[in-house]
Design a binder for this molecule. Structure first.
Ligand SMILES: *Cc1c(COP(=O)(O)O)cnc(C)c1O
Length: 392
């Protein structure tokens, strides 16, 4: 048996079967290049689903994390620590939002945002203004509440009773939102580009109208930037390209550069919603994760973000010339490839043979490469992808 087969046998025995995994085990990597347990090389167009913003084992990131590891790994939010303050300060200065709550994941950030929206409304308007509009085809996480918030029926099975109070409106249909935005609604949650839903950017006109509508009615606009955030689309957060300022922004995935770290950013209206005891989490603002996040954020200079956009355009241009590629959607290094005459999961599986790691999103092939991917790595990954597509 190969090293992989031996590992798979033990995984099957000891880990529950809640993940459909591809038949390889990744062992080590550098930037956007990695190797499996049997030594085969791959170009990574996934970054661990938008997590490894600086690629595998970036020198600056490793050194930031390791030096913090030698100093203090955790103490709890009963005490002040500096790494999380530095991250919060960077986030506030880079976004214009007002303050930050630290969490450990995307779902947890969204849970906190939902709580904040309900408390904001409860305090100001009383009990019956607690419903939240989310968009059809959205994805907001896997907890009981964030599943309920997710606008896809397939996620609303088995785990009843779900949290009440979510209403689904059609993306890019302002009339549908208006018809649902009655006096029982306290917030609207959007992904500016629906990620899991198929890399579908919202229209900027829809986003502007929605923002205006929310502001008129004092309904909070929450941007779920768990996938679109942290430089992924070519700005720190995608909302910055839509010319709006949400009342709450949720972030996670790429924030820690590979460590479990998330945050909720609060704006002018929402900055004082949570007081002592209203919300907490044991690991929130953990020093190690904060050290990783600080390194990630400090690398996202305007030049770096400009390159993210350029790399995205370069990739799109090349992709459009490949067989079976019908269209590209997305921004920066968040790309969805519409295919014709071929199923995306087949391409992902065949891509492994040719040494490239790919993702799907609904019917599309999805690319979320590390933001630091080099042009050499891009060319090598695209060559493997072209070979893969030509096979069909
Ligand atoms: C991945 C994702 C989540 C959930 O994040 P977890 O860290 O897996 O809990 C929530 N919202 C969006 C938009 C996501 O892409």
């Amino acid at each position: 048996m190969t090293n992989f087969e031996l590992l798979k046998q033990r995984d099957d025995e000891y880990i529950i079967h809640s993940y459909g995994r591809f038949p390889i085990a990744i062992d080590k990597g550098k930037n956007a290049t990695c190797y499996d347990l049997d030594g085969k090389k791959y170009i990574d167009f996934t970054s661990g689903i938008g997590v490894n913003s600086l690629g595998f084992c970036d020198d600056g990131w490793v050194s930031a994390v390791c030096s913090q590891l030698n100093k203090l790994q955790h103490i709890s939010n009963l005490y002040y620590t500096s790494p999380c303050v530095e991250v919060a300060e960077l986030l506030v200065k880079m976004t214009g939002m007002k303050n930050v709550f630290f969490s450990n994941s995307g779902a947890e950030s969204n849970e906190g945002a939902i709580k904040a929206a309900r408390k904001y409304s409860f305090t100001k308007y009383g009990e019956n203004r607690n419903r939240i509009i989310t968009l059809k085809n959205s994805f907001h996480g896997r907890t009981v509440t964030t599943l309920a918030a997710t606008g896809q029926d397939v996620f609303h099975n088995y785990f009843f009773p779900f949290t009440e109070g979510f209403v689904f409106a059609e993306a890019n249909n302002i009339e549908d939102v208006k018809s649902k935005l009655d006096s029982s609604v306290c917030a609207v949650v959007v992904e500016l580009i629906q990620g899991e839903g198929g890399v579908l950017p919202l229209d900027s006109a829809f986003v502007s109208e929605l923002t205006e509508l929310c502001s008129e009615k004092d309904v909070l606009l929450i941007a779920d930037e768990v996938q679109t955030g942290v430089g992924r689309t070519g700005t720190l957060y995608a909302y910055q390209q839509f010319g709006i300022t949400p009342d709450i922004v949720t972030s996670a995935k790429g924030l820690g550069g590979g460590l479990p770290f998330g945050c909720i950013l609060f704006g002018e209206k929402t900055q004082d919603v949570f007081g002592p005891g209203d919300h907490a989490t044991t690991f929130g603002g953990n020093p190690i994760c904060s050290a990783g996040a600080k390194e990630v954020l400090s690398r996202l200079t305007p030049e770096f973000l400009g390159e993210v956009k350029e790399k995205g355009e370069y990739i799109s241009e090349k992709l459009l010339k490949m067989p079976h590629v019908k269209g590209i959607a997305g921004m920066g290094l968040m790309l969805g490839i519409e295919l014709s005459g071929i199923e995306a999961p087949e391409v992902v599986r065949a891509g492994l043979k040719h040494g490239v790691l790919l993702l799907t999103a609904k019917q599309k092939l999805r690319l979320l490469p590390p933001l630091t991917i080099t042009y050499k790595e891009i060319d090598s990954g695209l060559k493997a992808l072209e070979k893969t597509l030509s096979e069909f």
